[in-house]
Design a protein. Structure first.
Ligand code: PLP
Length: 384
């Protein structure tokens, strides 16, 4: 059976060249990057080289990149670290209703500690406007956290304009760029962003490693206490193979970014055209132009998303639904709800996230499979 992976927003396979770069750091070059001997110094040099590469790619300086265990930790650290550092200045944080749970659940935890959170509602395409952000700012606001690209819709937020608002009001600005780093160009030398989260496994690097960019001078407390790693701000022995892999993955993204973005955009359009020309009652969600190249979010009226996912899985196709399955119950997506998608479509929506492995032949196969599956499921649900 063919196997087609269209869930690259969930995670990506490690690139072969990335794996090759990582392998020596598990055995021959296994040193602890904090050790003074040669084993340690070899590991440390590799970590610092990766830091330089990644900083260059993002338009940051190496001293502003802090390696962490992934996007979840980076988001937790940005929010909790700034909240703790500035709690005497104010207790108000602005975010959006469609952030990843790494941000939303952290905000909920901060609420139990006395912080006040404003959850801005996006428009129907999933965008937050700078005007909305500005209106929400109070004298107590210490942080604005608005994601760069939404993981379900692919919609891009106007983070430069939001950052300018934040700067004007003297408020710090964090953006969760876990989905956008490596997919669209980011230039922190020009963007008014104080903190940015990224994760290696979304860009063909390994799982369990990410970064928080912290602009020089930004007040932040550590999340963990321990050794003096990462310039005394993130204790814990560095994940040397992971960091090396992250660096290599970013180097590859830098080379292929524009070409791959164009290719994925074409494939995504071909997939959408195939769907809308061959299946009735479908709609695309998200923003028509301000979007990531690889994400297509589609609602199929009168089809249960989980049944469609299973049917596609049986044909070797991996996609995902906006719904997270927890304790047997399918939870409607908070993102689809927030953009005001009609309730009956919220559980009929799939996300296809395309990536390097996908080809034109994949698109045809997925369209054919969708036509067959949707027809059959609709016939079953109407008792036909
Ligand atoms: N933020 C966004 C927007 C994401 O899509 C994800 C992962 O799905 C995360 C944060 C969490 O990243 P990680 O899996 O590296 O913890």
């Amino acid at each position: 059976m063919r196997k087609i992976y269209m869930d690259h927003s969930a995670t990506t396979p490690v690139d072969g060249a990335v794996l090759q770069e990582m392998l020596p750091f598990f055995r021959e070059k296994f040193g602890n990057a904090s050790s003074v001997h040669q084993f340690g110094q070899e590991a440390k040099a590799a970590v610092e080289e990766a830091r330089e590469t990644i900083a260059g790619f993002l338009g940051a300086s190496a001293g502003e990149i802090y390696f962490v265990s992934g996007g979840t930790e980076a988001d937790n650290w940005a929010l909790q670290g700034v909240a703790m550092a500035l709690k005497n200045k104010g207790n108000h944080i602005i975010t959006s209703q469609i952030e990843h749970h790494a941000v939303l659940h952290t905000c909920q935890a901060l609420e139990t500690m006395g912080f006040k959170i404003t959850y801005l509602k996006p428009d129907a395409t999933g965008r937050i406007s700078p005007e909305q952000v500005e209106e929400a700012i109070t004298r107590k606001t210490i942080l604005i956290s608005i994601m760069h690209a939404n993981n379900e819709l692919g919609t891009l937020n106007p983070v430069v304009a939001i950052g300018e608002v934040a700067r004007r009001h003297g408020v710090l600005f964090h953006t969760d760029a876990v989905q956008s780093v490596g997919k669209v160009r980011i230039d922190l030398s020009r963007w008014p962003v104080d903190l940015l989260s990224a994760s290696a496994h979304k860009l063909y690097g390994p799982k369990g490693v990410g970064l928080l960019f912290i602009r020089k001078g930004t007040p932040i407390r550590p999340l963990f206490y321990g050794g003096g790693h990462e310039r005394n701000l993130r204790a814990g022995t560095q994940n040397v193979p992971g960091v090396v892999g992250f660096g290599k993955a970013v180097q590859i993204c830098d080379k292929v970014l524009e070409e791959e973005a164009n290719r994925l955009e074409q494939l995504r359009e071909a997939l959408w055209n195939g769907i809308r020309e061959n299946i009735a009652d479908v709609r695309q969600n998200g923003h028509p132009t301000e979007r990531l190249p690889g994400i297509l979010n589609v609602s199929f009226a009168e089809v249960a998303a989980d049944s469609l996912l299973i049917s596609l899985d049986m044909k070797g196709i991996a996609a995902s639904s906006g719904s997270a399955c927890s304790s047997g119950a399918v939870e409607p997506s908070h993102v689809l709800r927030a953009i005001g998608l009609p309730e009956e479509l919220q559980q009929s929506t799939l996300r296809f996230s395309l990536g390097r492995s996908n080809t034109e032949e994949d698109i045809q196969y997925v369209v054919d499979s969708l036509v067959e599956s949707v027809e059959r499921l609709r016939a079953m649900s109407s008792g036909g």
